[in-house]
Design a binder for this molecule. Structure first.
Ligand SMILES: *Cc1c(COP(=O)(O)O)cnc(C)c1O
Length: 414
């Protein structure tokens, strides 16, 4: 068996990308050319020859492929394996929280544990695609703002691809993230502001220096990578979808990507018209989508003075706000805010099932709890919670005790 998972791929992957499309006007753009946002400043979406994909990507074809993200390559934008910059994007497991379920007399919620991916977060799914496409399209330097995990993934993949990476993060970004970004070869700057303040500097620097702006949804391919969460989930559930998905929402790439994935899966005949209710979960200290959803708006105003311990969802403003809110509405879901206290308590509770969530993952469990109490989800609903990063990256309370090896140890009391 070859160690190189791409050794047996043809030099040109069967590629079904037809064009890109503005997510708000539908205007068409050429594929295979470097693009940022559309002319009206909105995200571009990748479109495929879905009848062609339908003929090529069957259950039988999938059954013979490794359990990684590239098994869905007919629905991905990279055309040549030579441009795939992989760090081993393995499929992530579904874990039931049995005690959490039992305590609520409910079906055990299922955690999709994205902390198992390279660089310890699901940002790897988006960034492996964005960087592979940046490499294919000749980019030399990328820049992006981050709350931590995206910067770490961008740094790792860019360095591997031989692309220079400049990363800006708020100065209170978790220390481990700042250091892992630098350790993986990027230039990292701490900025006295929030992620959108960092984004403004990145935009200006890209313009001034001819760098490529890799900000969330400001290039077309991170969505395609994140979309694989939806493809993988459907396949893991035997080509069915859950009743409800709880997604910790910052820029919303994953929620938007999964919603796109479900449409593509239906178009290629792997699932039917059923859809899960999508719940966009935010923290009470930064909940622009929840406020817009409750007001019935399609776009969200900036959230001032954003604060939450769940750094990954501290995003005051999202360029894809309408894509998040459209998906939540169409699905019959909701946007829900939870307190920091509730999300940290949820991290503790899930640990009782042996699953160490990140704070953002804890937010989904806290939101599930609220949805259950408010009657938005039923006790026997099949519910999937997204844990987007390994809990190991975050501070944990010290609950250890000490022993004096020179003293008398009361062994029975240990
Ligand atoms: C980035 C991030 C999120 C939010 O993801 P989006 O797709 O940008 O909404 C949630 N949790 C963690 C741990 C993250 O790093």
């Amino acid at each position: 068996m070859s160690l190189d998972p791409f050794a047996n791929l043809p030099a040109d992957l069967p590629s079904f990308v037809t064009h890109l499309e503005c997510s708000i006007t539908g205007e068409r753009y050429d594929a295979d050319v470097l693009h940022g946002l559309s002319r009206v400043g909105r995200p571009l979406l990748v479109r495929y020859d879905l009848p062609g994909v339908r003929a090529a990507l069957t259950r039988e074809v999938l059954a013979a492929r490794p359990a990684d993200l590239w098994r869905y390559r007919e629905l991905l934008p990279v055309r040549s394996p030579a441009n795939i910059v992989s760090l081993g994007e393995n499929a992530t497991p579904l874990l039931t929280l049995d005690r959490v379920g039992a305590a609520r007399n409910a079906r055990a919620p299922i955690v999709k544990d994205e902390g198992r991916l390279p660089t310890g977060s699901f940002k790897a799914r988006g960034l492996v695609m964005a960087i592979s496409m940046a490499k294919a399209l000749g980019v030399r330097t990328i820049a992006m703002p981050t709350n931590g995990n995206a910067g770490a993934a961008a740094a790792a993949y860019a360095t591997r691809a031989g692309i220079e990476a400049v990363i800006l993060c708020p100065d209170d970004t978790p220390e481990i993230n700042v250091r892992e970004i630098a350790a993986q070869g990027a230039r990292v700057y701490r900025v006295n502001g929030l992620i959108d303040d960092c984004g403004a500097i990145v935009g200006a620097a890209c313009k001034a220096n001819g760098w490529f702006d890799l900000s969330t949804l400001k290039e077309p391919y991170r969505i395609e990578g994140k979309k694989t969460m939806g493809l993988e989930l459907a396949e893991q559930l035997g080509w069915t979808l859950p009743d409800a998905i709880f997604y910790p929402t910052g820029g919303g790439t994953g929620l938007i990507g999964m919603w796109k994935a479900f449409d593509e899966l239906e178009a290629i005949g792997l699932i039917g018209p059923e859809r899960p209710r999508m719940y966009a979960v935010q923290a009470e200290g930064c909940a622009p989508m929840v406020r817009a959803w409750e007001a019935g708006e399609r776009h969200a105003d900036r959230w001032e003075d954003a604060h939450t311990v769940a750094a990954g969802i501290r995003v005051p403003r999202a360029v894809g706000d309408f894509l998040i809110l459209d998906a939540v509405r169409e699905s019959g879901g909701a946007a829900l805010a939870v307190s920091d206290a509730a999300l940290l308590a949820a991290v503790d509770e899930a640990a009782g099932d042996g699953v160490l969530l990140c704070p953002e993952g804890g937010a989904t469990l806290a939101a599930y709890d609220r949805a259950l109490t408010d009657g938005l989800v039923a006790r026997d609903d099949r519910v999937v919670l997204f844990n987007c990063a390994t809990g190991l990256k975050y501070p944990m309370p010290d609950r250890s005790r000490t022993l004096d090896r020179h003293g008398d140890i009361d062994l029975a009391a240990l």
